[in-house]
Design a protein around this ligand. Sequence first.
Ligand code: PEP
Ligand code: MN
Length: 326
Amino acid sequence: MLINLTPNAPVSELEAELKRLGVWSSRLLDSSGNVRSIALAPHSAAVAPETLAKLPGVSQVLASDSPHPLVDEHAGQAVRVGEVSFGEAAPVLVAGPCALDSESAVHGIAAMVAAAGGKMLRGGAFKPRSSPYAFAGHGRPALIWLAEAAHASGLMSVSEVMSEIEVEAVAKHVDMVQVGSRNMQNFALLRAVGCLKMPVLLKRGRAATVEEWLLAAEYLYASGASGVVFCERGVRGFDPQTRNLLDLGAVALLRHAYALPVVVDPSHAVGRRDLILPLARASIGAGACGLMVEVNPDPELASSDAPQAIGEALLAELGAVIRTSL
Ligand code: PEP
Ligand code: MN
């Protein structure tokens, strides 16, 4: 259960009341460090929502039994990133390089994405790599390349943030912040990203249950995120012939049972360019409100994830898949 507070609520007085009633509570802070809500532990004393509503400083009691009441509140709502809307009209195409390799390359890719009907440019400045010796992105300068290229081609931008230290730098340049698969349960990072009050693209952890994914989104909403778009990118499977195992059941579940906006990243799911298109079609069929793919004008030359990068022709075909899905 969650209690939202009025501005200037007497927090200590309210906490003392809750303690007296036998309820264990914890504070949820906003980016300025003010207490915006109080969470009530599910296993402490059961107190009627009507009683809680009468306590000092309480503006709203969210009395759901669900472990992710804030996510549930957003069911059926689209997530907006500027003019782009996830979960409303047409599925959104998000495309760009795996890593932002150079300023000139990013500009060319942005033009290619816009020409294919894409609405958002992706690209990593900070790359999570399994090996500490692999190319890990160009860092902060690459965020500026991304922002400028996106702007020049009339696109929104999204990039991954890997650590709390970089949260502000990434947020300064992008329209949407990406939390990657490996960090889906980095709770300190989730809180820091939520405090930005921005839209977030939340990738599913490679071995995360749907419930854990929803709870990660709850962290983001609890610390102030303006919207969360879920991104299914495949879970770890047992068969190395495809990079991961695309869980379209989870996509259908999120879209049709939870009414939440979910996009699919077929690139990381399958890991090979020849299978991106069929998986993209299947994803839209399962209810995805968008697709995120890795592109490169010269796919073989991509500095990371080259086997899954698609070139201009396949990207144009993907644009057509989205347009004809309406
Ligand atoms: C990415 O989208 O750049 C990425 C690293 O993906 P994931 O976190 O899904 O592995
Ligand atoms: Mn990649």
